[in-house]
Design a protein around this ligand. Structure first.
Ligand SMILES: Cc1ncc(COP(=O)(O)OP(=O)(O)O)c(N)n1
Ligand code: 3NM
Ligand code: MG
Length: 213
């Protein structure tokens, strides 16, 4: 991920994957439908062995298509599963410890809500990207913070570390985020809940990103 690249899509899995083989197939079709920079494995309230089984099935699908795979929350599982990196929330551990565990090449992202302070702190701790949100209401997660597009403008004017926008992002509402300087748009519902299926969701998001530039 590099700051000078155009805005790209960052796909996050649904919080539960009841049919892993079916989901792996659906993921493959979605990734074949258009550009995706990274995939985050974000399974919630699931035992570690189920997360590792999901990683084992999904990492080859993503990596075969040059899509980096990040584990949500857990640097230890990122290491055990052979992920390309980890996404850390504010309660998920220290980016410095993640770097030590996962190595210099690992991609480490940090949730910064709508806080300039948290983002600067994450940058100083060696984060490869900072994530701001939620930009819009979302049914995927209960969110306690609201981020504004000015935050993306400020961050991208001030710093070279890429920034990710997250929270309720769709093809319809994403153009201002792209124009404000988001390097990545992280989405769950816009893809997995798209009425015509995930591949159509990827196509719609990429078309909206391209037309916003
Ligand atoms: C790219 C990206 N940004 C933010 C989050 C949210 O992380 P966190 O605050 O730890 O919340 P959970 O995802 O763990 O519910 C994210 N996962 N990815
Ligand atoms: C996982 C997550 N984190 C958020 C934050 O604001 O930090 S919002 C969010 C949910 C993203 O899903 P959707 O694209 O369906 O809104
Ligand atoms: Mg987390």
């Amino acid at each position: 991920m590099s700051e000078s690249d155009p805005c790209r899509l960052y796909l996050i899995t649904p919080p539960a994957i009841p049919d892993l083989p079916g989901f792996a197939e659906s993921l493959a079709r979605a990734l074949d439908a258009g550009d995706v920079a990274a995939l985050q494995l974000r399974l919630k309230d699931v035992p570690d062995d189920a997360v590792l089984r999901a990683a084992e099935a999904l990492i080859p699908v993503a990596q075969a298509r040059d899509v980096a795979v990040l584990m949500n929350d857990r640097m230890d599982l990122a290491k055990r599963a052979g992920c390309d990196g980890v996404h850390l929330g504010q309660g998920d551990g220290d980016p410095v410890a993640a770097r030590k565990l996962l190595g210099a090449e690992a991609m480490i992202g940090v949730t910064c809500h709508a806080s300039r302070h948290l983002a600067m702190e994450a940058g100083e701790a060696g984060a490869d990207y900072v994530a701001f949100g939620a930009f819009f209401p979302t049914g995927t997660k209960d969110t306690a913070h609201v981020a504004e597009t000015e935050l993306l403008e400020w961050w991208s004017d001030m710093f070279e570390i890429p920034c990710v926008a997250i929270g309720g992002i769709t093809a319809a509402n994403c153009p201002p985020l792209v124009r404000a300087g988001a390097d990545f748009l992280a989405v769950v519902g816009a893809v997995w809940n798209h009425p015509e299926g995930p591949a159509a969701g990827i196509r719609a998001m990429n078309a909206a990103i391209a037309s916003a530039r």
